[in-house]
Write a protein that binds this ligand. Structure first.
Ligand code: F6R
Length: 599
């Protein structure tokens, strides 16, 4: 969470920082701020809320050529101007922006208070900037960068930092467990939490590693390790085509739902190449005795669908875990485990920690990730990209479908590598592509209109349909703040039926032919208590009483293992339109951020 940016160059620094922060706003948007520097004069401007609020109050500082900026997702202290970054050290010698969490900040704060340091904010970041100031005053610390390194040695936790010193024209940076990138172009320098900021700036950029430090100043870009030994880095090419902006869509969320189909095409093209599997095929699958899938939120739901695919395709047991639980549980994981970590961002703190644990237990770790330059993609033993393209909206849509599709291909590949038969993946994915093509948008808008004033919604399902119900609930909750909850249909009579009353909406997911009659019988039980029913199914309803349902969403039939990927799309659209109908911003749900880089 949080996005940081730094710039040094010839353009209006305030404009550059604010415009780049807008691109990072998906990382947090409860407050923002910039610090710009002209000579020894540092001017800090902050605002609560969206970057647009900051933009309204920023005024240029004469002669400013460099600066740093931050968009915040609050971890320590409420969202307000005082807690917004940048933070200054007590003697105003240093200014800092920070992404991450300092776990031992409280002890450090006490230590600094004993040295008469005073604090104005509730943040962990203000501790870091004062620690730097404290070290920079010591006679044995000769360089600014040495003071930053010494301070970082004391930090437990994660950070990407951009730092200014009042007397220097350098921008200093440091990275540990939070993403950080930088690039130069003809006398200009840019530092950012996401390469998206290099679009229109440079064709390449540098990826900072954990434990790396550096600075840009006087036209020189310098990287070093914690001993201040210079590190050599090769730049990475920027793939500008990946950053297609909102075009004519009102929001990223709806644009990205329309891109689900493209994501499947990209996957088909990429994985039809043998070379894409080269590394993965080296795994000795015969030695794998158990498979685990780990992820958070939507990625976890994709894991649930994936586990069903793997179990059905391979006849192997596959456990699915929420990353924040897996990392503290004593789940059996050893050298015979294939542990699959699913993440759109590849930066989710819990997922990264879970991967680290599985790795230390000897498992073979596989990252199924969208952001190909992310930490998870680099740290796992094996990496398979999901090829969904950049996903900006906080609510994950195309990445969810892409995750399921890649898990489907993984199961088929393992089956083939074990000599257990081939799956006709190409034909099945073509079918899925057709199924996710958006039709009936007016139908979905009407449903959204019907549901927008509800305070709660219930979803019921059995088998793999339950994963769709869970994910539909998550989409509705995060984009429209309606309390939507999923239950196994068979559980209805075990408690939940008590809640059902006249005109209460129950959404029924029933695409599994074998379970259809059972699920519809449960739906009737709710109907008998006055519920209104919305049915989502790909099944033929000829032998059923359709009039039981107030609304029917008929989805095209696909391979039953892929059906959850097709059935979720209408609900992604409905969630989007409920949010719009309620006057909310579906791209930026309250209290959430796209990349959860803190535990
Ligand atoms: C929901 C959503 C989140 C993420 C979760 C994991 O729409 O986007 O639940 O799925 O925070 O994020 P990644 O996939 O980046 O690890």
């Amino acid at each position: 969470m949080c996005g940081i940016v730094g710039y040094s160059g010839i353009k209006s620094v305030e404009n550059v920082l604010v415009n780049k922060l807008k691109l990072l706003e998906y990382r947090g948007y409860d407050s923002s701020g910039i610090a710009v520097k002209s000579g020894e004069n540092i001017k800090v401007t902050k605002a609560k809320g969206e970057i647009a609020n900051l933009e309204r109050v920023v005024e240029p500082l004469e002669g400013a050529t460099l600066g740093i900026g931050h968009t915040r997702w609050a971890t320590h202290g409420v969202p307000c101007e005082i807690n917004a970054h940048p933070h200054l050290s007590m003697n105003k010698e240093w200014t800092i922006v920070h992404n991450g969490v300092i776990e031992n900040y409280s002890a450090l704060k006490t230590e600094l208070k004993e040295r008469d340091y005073e604090f104005v904010s509730e943040t962990d970041t203000e501790v870091v900037v004062n620690l730097i100031e404290c070290y920079s005053g010591k006679p044995e610390v000769k360089y600014d960068l040495a003071a930053i390194i010494k301070a970082c040695e004391r930090l437990d936790g994660s950070y990407a930092l951009a730092v200014l010193n009042r007397k220097s024209d350098k921008i200093y940076f440091a990275k540990n467990k939070c993403p950080l990138y930088c690039g130069v172009n003809d006398g200009e320098f840019m530092l950012s939490s996401d390469p998206i900021c290099f679009v229109g700036f440079s064709n390449e950029y540098y990826v900072l590693e954990n434990g790396e430090f550096g600075y840009y100043g006087n036209g020189k870009l310098f990287f070093c390790d914690e001993s201040m030994r210079q590190t050599e880095k090769e730049p990475v090419k920027l793939d500008c085509s990946a950053y297609n902006f909102k075009n004519d869509f009102s929001h990223f969320m709806i644009k990205e739902i329309y891109e689900v189909k493209d994501a499947i095409s990209n996957i088909m093209e990429y994985y039809s190449e043998k070379s894409s599997w080269r590394h993965f095929d080296e795994i000795d699958f015969k030695s794998i005795k158990n498979i685990k899938i780990v992820g958070c939120g939507t990625a976890y739901h994709a894991g649930l669908v994936g586990a069903n695919i793997i179990e059905r395709q391979l006849g192997a047991e596959c456990g699915v875990y929420v990353a924040s639980e897996y990392r503290y549980a004593s789940t059996k994981t050893d050298k015979n485990t294939l542990a699959i970590f699913i993440s759109q961002s590849g930066e989710t703190a819990d997922t990264l920690a879970a991967e680290d644990i599985a790795c230390r237990k000897g498992a073979k770790t596989l990252a199924v990730v969208n952001v190909e330059y992310s930490t998870l993609a680099k740290t796992a033993d094996y990496f398979l990209p999901i090829k969904a393209g950049v996903e900006i909206a906080v609510a994950s849509t195309k990445a969810y479908v892409a995750q399921i599709v890649v898990l489907y291909l993984i199961a088929a590949r393992i089956k083939s590598n074990l000599g257990c038969g081939e799956t006709p993946v190409k034909g099945e994915l073509e079918r899925l592509k057709n199924a996710v093509t958006i039709r009936n948008i007016e139908h979905y808008k009407r449903i959204a209109d019907e549901l927008k004033s509800r305070r709660s919604l219930f979803m019921i399902a059995r088998g793999a349909d339950y994963c769709t119900a869970l994910e539909a609930c998550l989409k509705i909750k995060e984009t429209s703040y309606i309390n939507a909850n999923a239950y196994y249909a068979g559980e209805l009579k075990h408690g939940f039926l008590a809640i059902v009353e006249e005109n209460f909406y129950v959404c029924v997911f029933a695409s599994d032919e074998k379970l259809l009659s059972k699920t519809l019988a449960n739906a009737e039980e709710a109907k008998a208590r006055g519920a209104k029913l919305i049915l989502t199914t790909c099944c033929d309803l000829e032998n059923y009483n359709k009039s039981n349902f107030d609304i029917i969403i008929k989805t095209p039939k696909t391979d039953e293992l892929l059906q959850p990927a097709a059935d979720i799309v209408p609900w992604q659209i409905i969630a989007y339109y409920i949010s719009v109908a309620k006057g909310l911003n579906p791209d930026k749900p309250r209290n959430l951020a796209k990349s959860v880089t803190v535990e």
